[in-house]
Structures are given as C-alpha cells and as structure tokens.
Ligand binder design. Structure first.
Ligand code: SF4
Length: 93
C-alpha cells in the first residue's frame, strides 16, 4: 500500500485510486468480451447522433454523454452484447 497526501491534507490510498481510474474508460468489449466476426456497425444498439453536420456513434447500452469519451468506433469488433440490427439504415437520434 502506498499512501499519498491530497491537496486537502487527507491521506489517500494511491493504489486503490489508480485502480479506480483505470476502470473509468473501460469499453463494452473490455467489460463483456468480444464477439469475433461482428462489428458495432451491425448491432442494433449502435446509435447514430448528428451534431453540427457530423456523425457520432454511441452504444445505447453504454454511458451516454456529449463527450467524445463515450463515442464508439463502428468498425470495432463487437462485444458479446451484440444483437444484429434489422437493417443497416440508422436514423439520427
Ligand atoms: S456491439 Fe456492443 S459495444 Fe458495439 S454497439 Fe453493440 S452492444 Fe454496443
């Protein structure tokens, strides 16, 4: 265990804090595993958002925000929550 003093003078467990920080940006693939041979773009949970003339893709099962941190890559290998979309045409949300 390594303890550090934060700016408020409190003792914090640096190891625990680092573990929590690593969890913050996990992906669906890291959390549930991958489904080989499938891509996010064919999944019914892949949502297209249009903003200022640009397209952004978000996973409906993942955290939602206006930040790029929650964008997904449509060509990423699908996670195990992948469900085939009815068709490839997505309406913007
Ligand atoms: S494959 Fe997984 S990460 Fe990709 S859109 Fe579907 S549920 Fe979300």
């Amino acid at each position: 265990m390594t303890d550090q003093i934060n700016i408020f003078g409190e003792t914090v467990d640096a190891e625990k804090r680092e573990k929590e920080a690593r969890k913050r940006y996990r992906t669906m693939q890291a959390t549930f595993g991958t489904k080989e041979g499938y891509r996010c773009k064919t999944c019914k949970h892949c949502e297209l958002h249009r903003y200022h003339g640009r397209n952004y893709y978000k996973c409906a099962l993942w955290h939602q925000s206006h930040s790029a941190a929650t964008d997904i890559r449509v060509n990423a290998t699908a996670c195990k929550k992948h469900e085939e979309a009815d068709n490839g045409d997505r309406e913007p949300n």
